[in-house]
Design a binder for this molecule. Structure first.
Ligand code: ADE
Ligand code: ZN
Length: 333
């Protein structure tokens, strides 16, 4: 088996994907038409041309605008279903999906509309595609602590359908400390917790996510490498980092893929995983991310397998399920 065949054959778990970031322009146009919502583009080509980002904020502005066409439960279902079809193509067998309720509730869309559409797609993914999944609700960090508390309140009614809470959106200037109290309440309510940290923001934000938010995983975390003491802590605690290589490239976190540190992090013993983040905006789903780092960093087949094993170990699946998938990876030639 060559590297490409191995990438395709490996069962994989995705732990960092924003459902609003899987919105393909074709589907965006179809839903905009169905809902009679105007979008500022004439064609799918024009949309794609707008996807030229120079930092996180330049992407977020376009990402939030795209989400405006989502109105009905069916829209959220269609969005998630299209993503699960991509998972099936890439042999992603399990996905832990972020959603940003405030992007929708702030436009007058009911929390129930969002979660019911997503939940139905998750159920169909299990029965029709054999793909398991969990939903992770993210707080938008550019909004207030109070708004996050209100969102958490709404989520309590859907506790059984949401495994964890997360923190995303504009990182710099919105440190994890801003959400210490809301994360404490979420943990008390029984949610697992994750947070974006160390994507554009400094290693200090990763410390805060660990010490103040008490996260189970760090999303991105690639800037942790700038702080040797933090690296020791991540390695000692086997703290997972959900790394998103194509995202880092498209948002200019790295200048080119050869400079990406995922292989160095792996070799130093950090528990890194590969993920797609916002695949419709960044030019690729799970396997595209694997292929990009394999080509740029000359990853070995053992390293590819380790990355896939890490994805299951770092997931919120049961220990039994983890063991089953990992044994399938060991069984590959
Ligand atoms: N929301 C969607 N993608 C994101 C990213 N890469 N960082 C922060 N917030 C996001
Ligand atoms: Zn993200």
């Amino acid at each position: 088996m060559n590297h490409l065949e191995l990438i395709r054959a490996l069962p994989k778990a995705e732990l960092h994907v924003h459902i609003e970031g899987t919105f393909e322009p074709e589907l965006m146009f179809a839903i905009a038409q169905r809902n009679k919502v105007a979008i500022p583009y004439q064609s799918v080509e024009e949309v794609k041309q707008a996807y030229n980002f120079h930092n996180l904020q330049s992407f977020l502005d376009i990402y939030y605008a795209g989400a405006n066409v989502l109105i009905d439960e069916q829209d959220f279902y269609d969005l998630a279903w299209a993503y699960f079809e991509k998972c099936a193509e890439d042999h992603v067998v399990h996905s832990e999906i972020f959603f940003d309720p405030q992007t929708h509730t702030d436009r007058g869309i009911a929390f129930a509309t969002v979660i019911n559409g997503l939940q139905k797609a998750c159920e169909d993914a299990k029965t029709k595609l054999g793909i398991t999944s969990h939903l992770i609700m993210c707080f938008l960090r550019h909004l207030s602590e109070e708004a996050a508390f209100e969102t958490l309140e709404q989520a309590l009614a859907y506790k059984d359908q949401i495994i964890a809470v997360g923190l995303d959106s504009s990182e710099i200037g919105h440190p994890p400390a801003k959400f210490e109290r809301v994360f404490a309440k979420a943990r008390e309510a029984g949610f697992l917790v994750v947070a974006h940290a160390g994507e554009e923001g400094p290693a200090e934000y990763v410390w805060e996510a660990l010490d103040l938010l008490k996260v189970n995983r760090i999303d991105h975390g690639v800037r942790s490498e700038e702080d040797p003491e933090l690296m020791q802590r991540l390695i000692a605690e086997k703290m997972p980092l959900t790394v998103c290589p194509l995202s880092n490239l498209k948002l200019c976190v790295v200048e080119n893929m050869q400079q990406h540190n995922i292989r160095r992090l792996l070799q130093q013993g950090v528990h890194v995983t590969v993920n797609s983040d916002d695949p419709s905006y960044f030019g690729g789903y799970m396997n595209d991310n694997f292929i990009a780092i394999t080509e740029a960093l000359d990853l070995s087949q053992e390293e590819l397998k380790q990355l896939a094993i890490n994805s299951f170990e770092a997931s919120f699946m049961s220990e039994t399920e983890k063991t089953q998938w990992i044994s399938k990876i060991h069984a590959l030639a």
